[in-house]
Design a protein around this ligand. Structure first.
Ligand SMILES: Cc1cc2nc3c(=O)[nH]c(=O)nc-3n(C[C@H](O)[C@H](O)[C@H](O)COP(=O)(O)O)c2cc1C
Length: 187
C-alpha cells in the first residue's frame, strides 16, 4: 500500500529559507521510495486567519478555502512539518493551518524538522508545538531534526545543500514516520 506523505512548509514568507529545504525533503522522500510524497507550501495555500463560524471538531465548513484545505489534509496518511522558529516558537500560519481542521489530522504520524538562523535550529519551536499536536491527535515521530544556521545551506538560486549528516538525519525522520505508520497498520 502506498503511503501518502505530505511535506508541509510552514513559512509563508516569499523569501522563505525553509521552502528550498522542504523541496529537498520532498525529493529525498520520493527517492527513498517509502512514500508518495507531495509538497504543501502554506504560502501557496494562502489561508486567511481562521474564519469558520463553526467548530472544526464538528467538521462543518462553510468557506471554500476550508473545504479545499480539508481535502488537501485528508489526502495524506502522514506528514513532515518543516518549520522555522520565530521569536522562540513555531509560526502563526502553522498554528492557524492546524486550527482550521480537526478530524483530518487525527491519528496521523508527523515528522518534525525545524530550522532557524541561530544555533538552536528551532528546537524550542518543536517543543512548543508538541501540546498542539497532542490536542488534534497528530502523532509526532520520535526522531526529530533541528537545523541551525539555515541560510548557510541555501544558495542564491534557492537550492538547499545538505551535509551528509543532515541527509542521514532527514532519512531517520522519514523512517521514524514510516515506523509509526507501520505500528498503526499492525495495531
Ligand atoms: C519574525 C521572525 C522571528 C525570528 N526569530 C528567530 C529566533 O527567535 N531565533 C532564531 O534563531 N532565528 C529567528 N529568526 C530567523 C529565522 O529563523 C530565519 O530567518 C529563517 O530563515 C526563517 O524561516 P523562513 O525564511 O522559512 O521564513 C526569526 C525570523 C523572523 C522572520
Amino acid at each position: 500500500m502506498t503511503r501518502r506523505l505530505q511535506i508541509l512548509s510552514a513559512s509563508t514568507r516569499p523569501t522563505s529559507a525553509g521552502r528550498p529545504l522542504a523541496r529537498w525533503v520532498t525529493e529525498l522522500a520520493t527517492a527513498q521510495g517509502q512514500f508518495a510524497s507531495t509538497l504543501v507550501d502554506l504560502g501557496e495555500v494562502g489561508l486567511p486567519f481562521f474564519d469558520e463560524p463553526g467548530l472544526p471538531a464538528d467538521g462543518v465548513y462553510v468557506h471554500e478555502h476550508t473545504k479545499a484545505w480539508s481535502a488537501t489534509v485528508s489526502a495524506a496518511d502522514c506528514f513532515v512539518f518543516v518549520l522555522p522558529m520565530y521569536n522562540g516558537g513555531f509560526t502563526a500560519p502553522l498554528k492557524n493551518a492546524i486550527d482550521f481542521l480537526y478530524a483530518e489530522w487525527r491519528d496521523k504520524p508527523v515528522g518534525l524538522i525545524s530550522y532557524s538562523a541561530g544555533t538552536s535550529g528551532g528546537a524550542p519551536a518543536i517543543e512548543m508545538l508538541h501540546p498542539v499536536l497532542a490536542r488534534v491527535g497528530l502523532r509526532p515521530a520520535p526522531h526529530t531534526l533541528s537545523i541551525p544556521a539555515i541560510d548557510q545551506h541555501v544558495d542564491p538560486d534557492g537550492r538547499f545543500h545538505p551535509t551528509p549528516t543532515l541527509a542521514a538525519e532527514t532519512n531517520a525522520v522519514l523512517c521514524s514516520v514510516a515506523g509509526l505508520l507501520e505500528a498503526r497498520v499492525a495495531a
